[in-house]
Design a protein around this ligand. Structure first.
Ligand code: NAD
Length: 332
């Protein structure tokens, strides 16, 4: 079969191929990259996402099921799975102040239902997407997994609750379920959610639309992690012989928003038009992963520099424009 990405332990494919794997949130930014990587390795994938609902414009692929995980009958979907990757969720810090019930439902209630069903069916491992936001604001030093979480937004509270539910199900008496929660640090790359900073900055630099609104003075720092590196860590977590626990998936480096904008200018040839506004409650001023535990236990080593990752994301935006804007000639 096709070669494993560098840094992913051998044997992973064979172990997952046994029962196949389930990816929730498979139509989303990170979930779609994960599903693609699994398909490339010929691991049988079942994707679930409500974006593929019947009313939606997007049609489900042959390997996908459309529906809401809060109400779907999960047993037939999860039975026999070797691994469940739970990436469905409601992301975004800011809107979580205004629509907490939706966050509670999509991030907490859905996760509990999924864990309950996996435990009942004897699914051996769930890998779930958590978030660096569970730490709250950093002090500039690397955030390691022993740090006491201090979520500063309703979103972060729901991600911490979901993670803790995972640990509770794993520790429950007679549980055969192991749960690995990955705390992703600001993920970017092709197909990044359009509400996220880098996607907005690239669009703005390309002269599309309005001013780029930056909350604060641009000195906030983020540990930006390229989506392919996130996928590698997520795949490694599927079969790693590790006890249940939480792992940072970041790079151990961070970059200020203003430095990022300069890089965006470098990559696109144009500086985004920026408007600085008041910072928002719940936004961290600094995030920085301590990647040591994921390196030791999962063998995770991020390899994509912010510059190279930005080039990849900018290219995919350009390619996407070309395919939608090009007038169709010839055929028809
Ligand atoms: P995304 O919005 O692109 O993908 C999430 C997908 O989950 C969507 O396609 C959505 O339709 C689906 N979904 C949500 N609720 C559902 C439900 N009830 N039933 C069925 N499908 C549902 O977001 P993303 O950026 O790919 O994030 C994926 C996961 O990673 C989320 O759990 C998010 O909290 C977490 N995360 C993301 C980042 C990041 O930087 N992107 C950072 C930390 C954590």
């Amino acid at each position: 079969g096709p070669a494993l990405p560098e840094g992913v332990p051998p044997g992973v494919r064979e172990e997952m191929t046994g029962g196949g794997v389930v990816v929730t949130g498979a139509a989303g930014f990170i979930g779609s990259h994960l599903a693609q990587a699994l398909a490339r390795w010929e691991v049988p994938v079942l994707g679930v996402d409500r974006r593929w609902g019947d009313a939606a414009a997007e049609e489900a692929p042959p390997w996908g099921v459309g529906g809401d995980l809060a109400t779907l009958d999960l047993e037939p979907l999860l039975r026999g799975a070797a691994v469940v990757f739970h990436l469905a969720g409601r992301p975004g810090v800011r809107p979580s102040w205004d629509s907490f019930p939706d966050y509670l439902r999509d991030n907490v209630l859905v996760t509990q239902r999924l864990l309950e069903t996996c435990a009942r069916l004897g699914v051996p491992r769930v890998v779930m997407a958590s978030s660096s936001s569970v730490y709250g604001d950093g002090d500039g030093t690397p955030m390691d997994e022993e740090r006491t979480p201090c979520p500063a937004s309703p979103y972060a509270v729901t991600k911490l609750a979901a993670e803790r539910l995972g640990m509770a199900y794993a520790q429950r008496a007679r549980s055969k379920l192991s749960v690995v929660a990955l705390r992703y640090f600001t993920v970017y790359g092709p197909r990044q959610r359009p509400d996220m900073l880098i996607a907005r900055a690239l669009r703005s630099a390309r002269g599309e639309g309005k001013l780029l609104r930056i909350l604060g003075d641009g000195s906030a720092r983020r540990d930006f992690t390229f989506v392919d590196d996130v996928v590698k860590a997520t795949l490694s977590a599927a079969t790693a012989r590790v006890p249940s626990g939480t792992y940072n998936v970041g790079t151990g480096l961070n970059t200020s928003i203003n430095e990022l904008l300069a890089l965006v200018a470098d990559v696109t040839g144009r500086f985004p038009r920026v408007q600085y506004t008041r910072p928002h409650p719940g936004d961290a001023t600094v995030t920085l992963a301590d990647p040591a535990r994921a390196a030791d236990v999962l063998g995770y080593r991020p390899t994509t520099s912010l510059h190279d990752g930005l080039v990849a994301q900018a290219r995919s935006l350009a390619a996407c424009d070309a395919s939608t804007a090009a007038p169709s000639r010839g055929a028809g």
